[in-house]
Design a protein around this ligand. Structure first.
Ligand code: HEM
Length: 435
């Protein structure tokens, strides 16, 4: 039986490697205020990967001993995400070696979660302890980059007393969890492994070779799959601006999907921008596919149509070396979506239903959630085009009595009813006359 506690064992075993991390050029550069923004944002991206994986694995293991230490309010993924959302419009480039190191460490967490979940306590110790280091880093990053907790500093900024209290509570839980001597050794080895991976991340963060910088979709949205983004930073910037404008025009995105929705809007936007090098038929197929996915999740295709129009505008304004006709493919795809809707609901009906909805919703709600009338009509048309969940995925949210007053809910239902009635009439009309 070792005489020292788990926390003392961890502290003693990792003291040296922790000191090594503090000696790395990263900290010196931050102190001198000449750490590049790519390094700071790279740190946040790497930590987002580690927190994302660890905070997902700990609760799903349903291990009583892990559960005795892990508490839901220990999550830090959303803090780091809110910082990354703040930086997203700047399209900060990725340092690929950092990304690799974070990914390798995330793989180790996943492996341990399967083979020896109790050893994740070693990782938890390292990440939890980093809050104490954050107290040192936060004022430096604040000065160096002009940040505050709501603008890029949420992950590092801690109230000192709260941080100490949190660390004390964590230590107590760690020291009372029943672990064997063998398990203690394995937890210490895991903590050393975590620190070694983090040292690798901090080594890669600074200095780096600017020629290696790249933009990966995970930089825009760590949850997005490995789909491509444009090589040209101007195109990425255009994509982000288009995504932002779309979110501003439709506050529905932020209200319903939160920051996560915004991140997806950025990464989808960047993906759409890569399509301009494909031929028109391929652009149409891909847009069709994305439109179906989004409409089934509560985002009728009129939103994608608008997004494509905005993306066209942003790209056309800045990507001069691109052939005009390449960028125009996006507009063709947007028009195609509009044309499909028109084939089901005539523009005059579309406008009338939308106007009646807005009237019934009243001025307050019209301002809070603009564009909903058009979305409702679009969802009905989408459903008639075979996207089965198009209406249900929107109606359910928009008629939740916990969220909306009765007059709004009635207006939503009326608009859907009317759109269905008009849609059928229009659909039958030309077919009957043609026949
Ligand atoms: C690079 C700059 C860093 C600085 C300046 C720094 C600084 C500090 C400070 C001042 C403490 C508190 C010591 C105490 O109150 O006893 C601490 C503790 C700790 N830090 Fe760091 N740290 C840094 C990086 C990191 C990183 C990157 C990690 C891991 C992700 C980390 C993990 C820890 C842990 C686990 C502890 C708790 C050690 C213990 O008492 O058991 N630190 N750090």
């Amino acid at each position: 039986m070792p005489s020292s506690t788990l926390m003392i064992r961890l502290h003693e075993a990792t003291d040296e490697i922790h000191a090594q991390i503090q000696e790395l050029p990263y900290l010196k550069a931050l102190e001198r205020r000449d750490l590049p923004l790519e390094s700071y944002v790279g740190q946040l991206r790497a930590m987002a990967v580690l927190h994302g994986v660890l905070e997902h694995e700990l609760p799903v293991r349903r291990d009583a001993r892990l559960g005795a230490v892990w508490m839901e309010d220990m999550r830090r993924f959303s803090r780091v995400q809110s910082d990354l959302t703040f930086f997203a419009p700047r399209a900060v480039l990725d340092i690929p070696a950092v990304h690799e190191a974070a990914k390798a460490l995330a793989d180790r967490i996943l492996q341990r979660s399967l083979d020896a979940p109790i050893t994740l306590l070693g990782y938890l110790y390292v990440l939890e302890g980093s809050i104490l280091g954050a107290e040192v880093l936060a004022p430096l990053a604040k000065e160096a980059f002009g940040l505050d907790p709501r603008r890029g500093l949420a992950y590092l900024a801690w109230d000192s007393a709260a941080a100490r209290e949190r660390w004390r509570g964590f230590g107590e839980r760690m020291d009372t969890v029943p672990v064997t001597a063998e398990e203690t050794d394995a937890i210490v080895i895991a903590a050393l492994e975590a620190f070694a991976g983090i040292r690798r991340i901090f080594q890669a963060l600074y200095p780096f070779d600017p020629a290696d910088l790249a933009l990966k979709v995970t930089a825009l949205n760590p949850e997005a799959g490995a789909h491509p983004v444009p090589d040209n930073p101007m195109e990425v910037e255009a994509a982000i601006r288009a995504g932002r404008r779309c979110c501003l025009e439709y506050p529905y995105f932020a209200w319903r999907y939160g920051e996560r929705g915004q991140r997806y809007t950025y990464s989808d936007s960047a993906w759409l921008a890569t399509l301009i090098s494909r031929d028109q038929a391929m652009v149409n197929v891909q847009v069709e596919w994305l439109g179906g996915v989004l409409a089934s999740r509560g985002m009728p295709r009129i939103l994608l149509q608008r997004h494509l129009e905005l993306l066209y505008e942003e790209l056309a304004a800045r990507v001069l070396e691109r052939k005009e006709e390449d960028v125009a493919k996006l507009l063709v795809a947007a028009d195609r979506l509009a044309g499909q809707r028109r084939a089901v609901i005539a523009d005059a009906d579309f406008d009338a239903i939308r106007a009646r909805f807005e009237q019934a919703a009243g001025p307050d709600w019209r301002v809070r959630l603009p564009g909903v009338g058009a979305m409702l009509v679009s969802a009905v048309a989408d459903q008639i085009h075979g996207i089965e969940e198009a209406v249900a995925s929107l109606e359910g949210w928009l008629t939740d009595p916990n969220r909306f007053p009765p007059h709004w809910i009635a207006a939503v239902r009326d608009a859907l009813r009317e759109a269905r009635a008009r849609a059928v009439a229009v659909r039958k009309g030309p077919a009957e006359t043609a026949g």
